[in-house]
Design a protein around this ligand. Structure first.
Ligand SMILES: Cc1cc2nc3c(=O)[nH]c(=O)nc-3n(C[C@H](O)[C@H](O)[C@H](O)COP(=O)(O)OP(=O)(O)OC[C@H]3O[C@@H](n4cnc5c(N)ncnc54)[C@H](O)[C@@H]3O)c2cc1C
Length: 415
């Protein structure tokens, strides 16, 4: 395919949305380049799974070449399954059942998804380039500037640099995310031990959110089982691309108030894991075993923030996508899906503009007008769910931890 360079797009951030947009544009013959702060593609393990809903899956289907989309589905977990809400002893309060359809909801491994999104973008992802600003002296040809020195010109600049975005203050003034006061310590543990699944039969196809008696604390876990081993699936559908090893695992997260996390724990994986082990002692023994058997170097500490609606967009030929605009707590699994949805929408608008000759500024404004309402609905939903499920609201907390579990038989005996 021939690539037109007079309509070039510079994207800051090689995360889910940045890579998805690059795939979309490259497929349509638009010259897109991604500039990533990390020095290489897999410097962080990011070893957790992500649930894709119909928006995320649709965005991938629209953006990726067919074999790469098939690769995402074939390496993903089986469709369907449940999300159980329980008390700290894993007694059910209520359960949500996901549709058992291949394109409705799919759990995929994040590292594998990232690898899929990078496939075929050779020479278009530039590592060790930290975006710091957009120079718009020439409004028709903005330049993305880097901390390491230098800048690149483009017809359009896109900030996809995640929750701590360096470009947000300039492109979306007065819209820094608000701190929610909650954090998550994430970890992963092997799903198989001595040939046995560590989860009891009743929980094999379930994610579980166990809500502690003490308001503000909860524990989430779910297994990630690869449908097809990534190395085999990549060899068939994307030969030459990096394929992660793909050992099944349990991803877990301890959610707790920020004030319970000592400052000296930040940045120290072992100390974070120890804190998780200590703070999950009051949960069911299965929860404690998961934390005890974790791979310590996969521990991640995350502060939950909620994005603020942008009041204005300051640079007409620059825009933003994903967590950089609409950070949200990880309740309801909307963050990544919304980021992918943004990428497909912006890709569509830019490709339409190139085809129809619509001014780029208009295409960008149309993307922003459509994105802000759905993205901030998701932010509001995630924030509300967080309050309800972690005890920010007293009545739902009492119903979830005291009333409903008494009405159900024990799901996982403690023996
Ligand atoms: C443990 C966990 C589980 C989650 N589970 C789900 C889920 O099940 N479903 C779901 O929908 N969402 C989930 N999310 C949320 C989801 O991961 C994020 O919403 C999503 O990754 C946002 O994508 P993004 O492209 O905006 O940013 P990111 O994927 O965070 O990518 C941003 C990229 O920009 C780079 N960068 C940062 N600053 C700069 C800079 N100045 N210059 C250049 N590059 C820069 C970063 O290194 C990174 O590569 C989860 C999040 C976590 C932490």
């Amino acid at each position: 395919m021939s690539v037109s360079t007079d309509f070039s797009v510079a994207i800051a951030g090689a995360g889910l949305s940045g890579l998805c947009l690059a795939q979309y544009l490259t497929r349509a013959g638009i010259d897109a380049h991604v500039y990533e702060r990390d020095p290489g593609p897999f410097v962080r393990r990011q070893g957790y799974r992500i649930i894709l809903n119909r928006y995320g899956l649709e965005a991938l289907r629209e953006s990726l070449p067919r074999p790469l989309y098939r690769l995402a589905l074939s390496t993903g977990d089986e469709p369907g399954g449940h999300l159980r809400f329980t008390d700290s002893r894993l007694r059910d309060a209520f359960t949500i059942t996901f549709k058992d359809e291949p394109h409705a909801t799919r759990q995929v491994d994040r590292l594998t998804l990232r690898s899929i999104l990078q496939s075929g973008l050779d020479g278009r992802i530039h590592y060790g380039r930290t975006a710091v600003a957009v120079d718009s002296g020439d409004p028709a040809r903005p330049r993305l500037r880097f901390a390491e020195g230098g800048s690149v010109p483009a017809a359009v600049v896109v900030g996809a640099d995640g929750v701590g975005s360096a470009l947000r203050t300039q492109l979306m003034p007065e819209a820094d995310p608000a701190n929610t006061g909650m954090v998550g310590i994430y970890g992963r543990s092997p799903l198989w031990r001595h040939g046995e699944n560590v989860l009891p039969d009743a929980l094999r196809s379930s994610g579980v959110l166990a809500i502690a008696d003490r308001p503000g604390r909860a524990f989430f876990f779910t297994s990630m089982r690869f449908g097809e081993r990534p190395q085999e699936a990549f060899a068939r559908l994307a030969p030459g691309s990096y394929a992660p090893t793909g050992d099944d695992y349990v991803m877990w997260a301890l959610l707790l108030p920020q004030e319970e996390v000592p400052v000296d724990v930040r940045g120290h994986l072992l100390a974070q894991w120890k804190l998780a082990a200590q703070r999950s002692r009051d949960f069911h023994p299965l929860v404690r075993r998961l934390v005890d058997t974790a791979e310590v170097d996969a521990t991640v500490l995350n502060h939950f923030a909620t994005g603020q609606r942008p009041r204005r967009w300051a640079v007409p030929r620059a825009t933003m996508m994903g967590d950089a605009v609409h950070a949200m707590p990880p309740f309801g699994a909307h963050g990544g899906n919304t980021a992918l949805r943004d990428a497909a929408l912006l890709g569509r608008r830019l490709v339409e503009a190139r085809t129809s000759g619509t001014p780029v500024e208009k295409a960008i404004a149309s993307y922003q007008n459509e994105m802000v309402p759905y993205a901030f609905r998701a932010v509001d939903t995630a924030a509300r769910l967080m309050r309800r499920l972690t005890g920010g609201a007293a009545a739902p907390h009492w119903v979830l931890t005291r009333l409903l579990p008494r009405l159900h038989p024990v799901t996982v005996p403690e023996a």
